[in-house]
Design a protein around this ligand. Structure first.
Ligand SMILES: [Zn+2]
Length: 438
């Protein structure tokens, strides 16, 4: 919470470039004043967050997602922010807000989303994802449930920095919205003028793929003029320190199916003769990367724009806590041939996000499966075009693959007749999606 507020402040007051008056307080003074305000008003800020978290916010739950939007309108208008709903049929609207600062020359837009990922209440630790719960530490660190502290004129509620609020979207992405508004309240309370015009775009279907965002923003682009867009939909650094990202990797998805015989066959009767699609798919996937995680597909890194000196310097100055992460996440030896996490996430990636063929565990059967499926995702970096990266995966429709380490052909036709001909060969579908994400 406090970290997010600090990041948002950086945008309000990023020094002479955005501040309109030479007499403005220094960024350090502003941070201190706002921190003081936060300490004095923590209970009110947390209460506003808790009320917001209590409104169920799955994008497909139309009545409730629209309730979230209506609640946001109240929150924004309470601050005198001019608010418009940009409607999307059957979904939560894009909530647009604008606050003009007289004489400001620049405009900053903040983006955040108010919907959350679908949630199974039975799989939720406290069973009720929309009832905010306070714990005295993170669940992974053994945090116990504690009551929200009492607040009165005599006894101000104090929130410990280790405490955590659990509810769907408490971090992703409702608290950044509350933090932004709290930062604005703090500046006003401390009589520190804004140096910029402020706009906000709060989306209600980010976790459902942002299907309507682009079209909706294009329809209303007259509202959206600005100098800088800041997305509040990102993590703090793993060390807990505030973090500002200057770009996002994109993401494309790709599904691959390798077909075997037209039906699953008994492995005792047909094993060694019938080609096994799970084995073929494993071979295909294993051929794509080396043991250090470097992608081996020809040309995969060709379009990448190399990092500049300023970027390298910024990366070098980040806290280095890879060792802590390895211990926390149970990783004996990371990929990357000794490079740091922050260096490696500047590179394109290729990831198996799911695998499926026949059955395992108690359902395991002695069969040669009829097919094997993998779902892959590739993260893209600056310089890469999602239209071009797909051929680089080597899985473009109908592109022969015999040139690549003897892996199977790719084919685009799933009709049964074709399957008989292509048994043992790969089929690629994709890219299933392309989006910018953190
Ligand atoms: Zn998010």
């Amino acid at each position: 919470m406090k970290n997010i507020a600090v990041i948002l402040l950086i945008a309000f007051f990023s020094g002479p470039a955005l501040a309109q008056k030479a007499t403005s307080p220094s960024p350090a003074q502003v941070v201190q004043e706002v921190r003081d305000y936060r300490m004095d008003n923590e209970d009110r800020i947390i209460r506003e967050l808790s009320e917001f978290l209590a409104i169920p916010n799955i994008a497909s739950d139309t009545p409730n997602i629209q309730k979230n939007a209506a609640h946001l309108v109240e929150m924004l208008e309470a601050r005198g922010i001019e608010t418009h709903l940009l409607p999307i049929s059957g979904r939560g609207p894009v909530v647009f807000g604008k606050l003009i600062t007289p004489e400001a020359k620049r405009t900053v837009i903040f983006y955040a989303h108010y919907d959350g990922q679908p949630v199974d209440p039975a799989a939720w630790t406290d069973g009720k994802p929309f009832e905010p719960v306070l714990r005295d530490a993170a669940i992974e660190a053994g945090g116990k449930r504690i009551p929200f502290p009492e607040n009165s004129a005599q006894h101000r509620a104090i929130y410990n920095d280790n405490w955590r609020i659990y509810a769907r979207s408490s971090s992703d992405d409702k608290s950044p919205i509350v933090a932004l508004l709290a930062a604005l309240d703090a500046l006003r309370a401390k009589k520190i003028p804004l140096g910029v015009n402020l706009k906000v775009i709060f989306e209600g279907e980010e976790e459902a793929g942002s299907t309507n965002l682009q079209r909706t923003l294009e329809l209303h682009k007259n509202l959206l003029g600005a100098d800088l867009l800041i997305t509040a939909d990102g993590p703090v650094h793993q060390s807990g320190q505030p973090l500002v990202f200057f770009g996002n990797r994109g993401d494309i998805g790709l599904d691959v199916t390798v077909y075997g015989p037209v039906r699953a066959l008994h492995s005792g009767h047909y094993g060694n003769w019938a080609p096994n699609p799970a084995m073929e798919l494993s071979r295909l996937l294993a051929s794509m990367k080396d043991a250090d995680g470097r992608v081996l597909i020809d040309g995969y890194y060709d379009d990448v724009t190399p990092l500049g000196d300023a970027e390298k310097k910024a990366l070098a100055e980040l806290p280095y806590n890879d060792g802590d992460l390895e211990r926390e996440l149970g990783i004996a030896k990371p990929e990357g041939g000794g490079k740091k996490l922050v260096e490696l996430i500047m590179q394109p990636s290729l990831n198996i996000r799911g695998l499926r063929s026949a059955y395992v565990g108690e359902q395991a059967q002695n069969v040669v499966p009829e097919k094997a499926e993998a779902s892959l995702d590739a993260r893209l970096v600056r310089g890469e075009d999602p239209q071009n990266i797909h051929p680089q995966t080597g899985l473009l429709r109908d592109r022969p693959r015999t040139d690549h380490r003897g892996a199977p052909h790719a084919c685009s036709d799933r009709k049964d007749r074709e399957r008989r001909r292509l048994s043992g060969l790969a089929h690629a579908d994709g890219p299933a999606s392309f989006k910018e994400s953190g």
